[in-house]
Write a protein that binds this ligand. Structure first.
Ligand code: ATP
Length: 316
């Protein structure tokens, strides 16, 4: 009896150490300029051939997070398989795949977990279908932004400046390991809702969301990252989505205050939130901070980055 072939792949969650939101564009998206950091908090997926579409979801995150992951064709792993099928000749269909997802990235937390699943699925499905049309070259990576803004970065990993919708990536090399603590929320925040609130807050201030200055990553944050000076880095971290996320979820300010009081170098909303990220001095401080915050009833995970981008796990 032949063994069922299964391909496993891994991809990182992310946080943004810098996130500038520029003008609202005609297509409804905003021009953004961010610094992505890939985290050692990784999604693991495996895929094999099946008679029908099957998606199984397990993981280290709380059950109420796992329950939010769709088990039908709206799951990003299925969209990733459709993407690979579209660039492949032959009669391939995501409807005949079985996916097993091991999720370690909180869902709807502004940490790109779904995008990481999609990135891992792109590699795993292409390998399963022995598809050489999908290769992780620059253009192919950029084109995967149609699956989600953070998919190109999950393929690439490391530390990158992301421009456009997040598909124009430039690596920032020489960044030493950073230690972070992430405080998750039971309830997610919708990314479009956070952008919409930011536009409303800008309009209330008399700014036209369509006429904001272009988004860019200044050299100060890049220099701070390369210097390894954590105090300097803490000074230059920025997230334009933070005010909107805090406006929608005022309780997050209490989490920020609690982390700072417990010794974090700085704290910020991760991406569109509601996850709050804290920068710690080293691994030990990160672990101590996570224990302290967890003991206050704030679910906290100590992690680090940069981590590598998506890769296929060797079969044993
Ligand atoms: P983004 O910032 O890219 O919107 P996020 O990191 O905040 O995303 P995700 O965990 O990627 O959040 O999930 C966002 C939504 O995407 C979920 O609420 C869920 O409905 C949907 N989704 C589709 N596929 C997946 C998947 N594989 N894992 C998690 N969520 C998924």
């Amino acid at each position: 009896m032949s063994e069922i072939k299964s391909v496993a792949a891994s991809a990182p969650g992310k946080t943004n150490l810098f996130f500038a939101v520029g003008p609202l564009m005609d297509d409804g998206f905003h021009e953004v300029a961010s610094v992505y950091l890939a985290l050692d908090l990784r999604e693991e997926i495996s895929v094999s051939l099946s008679d029908s579409l099957e998606i199984q979801v397990l993981g280290s995150i709380p059950q109420n997070h796992l329950d939010q992951v769709p088990l039908d064709a709206s799951n990003l792993v299925v969209k990733a398989a459709d993407f690979v099928a579209a660039v492949t000749e032959g009669n391939l269909s995501a409807e005949r795949l079985r996916f097993a997802l091991t999720k370690n990235v909180p869902v709807a937390g502004g940490m790109g977990g779904g995008s990481a699943d999609a990135a891992a699925a792109l590699l795993a499905v292409a390998d399963l279908w022995q598809n050489s049309a999908f290769s992780a070259d620059q253009n192919m990576i950029a084109s995967t932004v149609v699956l989600g803004a953070d998919v190109p970065f999950a393929l690439r990993g490391g530390v990158c400046i992301g421009l456009g919708r997040g598909e124009k990536l430039t690596e920032i090399s020489g960044v030493s390991k950073l230690h972070l603590v992430l405080v998750t929320s039971d309830q997610g925040l919708s990314t479009p809702a956070v952008y919409q609130r930011l536009d409303e807050l800008r309009a209330q201030r008399g700014q036209d969301p369509r006429k904001m200055p272009p988004a860019e990553v200044g050299h100060l944050v890049i220099d701070a990252l390369k210097s390894g000076d954590l105090a300097l880095l803490a000074e230059h971290l920025r997230n334009d989505l933070q005010e909107a996320a805090l406006d929608l979820r005022p309780d997050l300010k209490l989490t920020l205050d609690a982390g700072l009081a417990a010794g974090a170098l700085t704290g910020f909303v991760s991406g569109s939130g509601p996850t709050i990220a804290f920068l710690a001095a080293d691994q030990r401080s990160a672990e101590a901070l996570a224990v302290k915050l967890s003991s206050q009833g704030r679910p906290a995970i100590a992690t680090s980055g940069p981590s590598v981008g998506a890769f296929i796990r060797d079969e044993h």
